[in-house]
Design a protein around this ligand. Structure first.
Ligand SMILES: *Cc1c(COP(=O)(O)O)cnc(C)c1O
Length: 345
């Protein structure tokens, strides 16, 4: 009944079991254990490319540390104005990059267009200006939408042309791959992405994300950044076990397909409720719906959890791997009931 976020969900039983299995006896610390050592091959198979993989405990750490490696302290990082790095990380990207500037840009439905970035790339070589250094996009976006492979590739071409490092915040990367039905490669290195924050926590892990480099040379300094930031876990095997079981047998995609299907069910149900309208296309596991203030009050009174999004009466509803169809249907029924009440009154 709680649609506030996908991290209201629990942990996939498979992942809990993997943590328990990793608890069978001693293991070498700081990532020199056998589970962590297996991770790079696993990721390389999934991405069809050589990779360097660094597990960290939070998405904020993944983003901030990945970006820090793409920019000098006097660099500019171009990103969407609603991006998590700009709005929800308490300045971590600026802090870990020793002061790089986030240049926030508008874009419909959470997505950046190449032209918007191109217009802001002035200043290269001028000592008074921050220097264009990196581009960061979110996939699935903060509006619940998806960049197609072609859209990512167009941004990748722009990044290459202007020598910008290209970062992808993939806190909901699984939902994007499941929603697009594409290969992980198609929306990452094949489209020019240099570094991916590969999320797992929101889609069934307990606390595990991975920074994935598609060019091992770019990863040379990352180990130092991670240690300095306090994200080199001494019992790394428990973090790596989560990632290994998350990827094994396509658990990550099964979980994401379920979450996306629940969001689609929610969107379809709400579309038939008078007085509601979708604010963004529903392409992953998030639904943004505009409805009346009295409907919001009624849904809250019925015990549903959600966030109000912005100043307008808009809700963000997020489905996760363990969202029950019955919860979705109950939400729709409640919305319909309160819509009828608003109409009569
Ligand atoms: C949740 C989220 C993150 C990671 O957040 P943490 O709380 O630091 O794990 C990063 N990016 C986006 C878009 C997110 O939604």
């Amino acid at each position: 009944m709680n649609f506030a976020s996908d991290n209201v969900g629990g942990v996939s039983p498979e992942i809990l079991a993997a943590i328990a299995a990793a608890n069978a006896g001693p293991a070498t610390p700081y990532g020199a254990d056998t589970i962590t050592q297996r991770l790079e091959n696993l990721f390389a198979d999934i991405f069809e490319h050589e990779v360097a993989v660094f597990p960290v405990a939070t998405g904020t750490a993944a983003n901030a540390l990945a970006l820090a490696g793409l920019t000098p302290p006097w660099g500019a990082i171009y990103c969407h104005e609603d991006s998590h790095i700009a709005t929800d990380e308490c300045g971590a990207p600026e802090f870990f990059s020793a002061g790089a500037k986030l240049v926030t840009l508008p874009g419909a439905h959470g997505k950046l267009a190449p032209v918007t970035i191109a217009e802001r790339l002035a200043g290269a070589g001028i000592v008074h200006h921050v220097q264009p250094a990196a581009l960061s996009i979110t996939q699935e976006t903060e509006a619940g939408t998806l960049y197609t492979a072609d859209e990512v590739a167009a941004l990748g071409a722009l990044a290459r042309e202007h020598r910008l490092g290209f970062h992808m915040d993939g806190a909901r990367f699984a939902n994007a791959v499941a929603g697009l039905g594409c290969s992980p490669a198609a929306i990452t290195w094949r489209a020019g992405v240099d570094v991916l924050s590969f999320g797992a926590t929101k889609n069934g892990a307990m606390a595990a994300e991975a920074v994935v480099f598609f060019d091992r040379a770019r990863a040379a300094e990352f180990g130092f950044r991670r240690k300095r930031a306090g994200h080199l876990l001494s019992k790394m095997r428990f973090l790596s076990a989560q990632l290994e079981s998350y990827l094994a047998g396509e658990l990550w995609l099964r979980n994401a397909r379920h979450a996306n299907a629940m969001a689609a069910r929610l969107a379809a149900g709400l579309a038939a409720v008078p007085g509601t309208s979708l604010v963004h296309p529903v392409e992953g596991n998030e639904v943004f719906v505009s409805l009346s203030v009295s409907m919001i009050a009624g849904l809250a009174a019925d015990g549903f959890g959600f966030y109000r999004w912005g100043e307008e009466p808009v809700l963000r509803l997020v489905a996760s791997f363990d969202t029950l169809p019955a919860s979705v249907d109950a939400f729709i029924a409640s919305a319909r009931r309160h819509a009828a009440v608003s109409h009569n009154g």
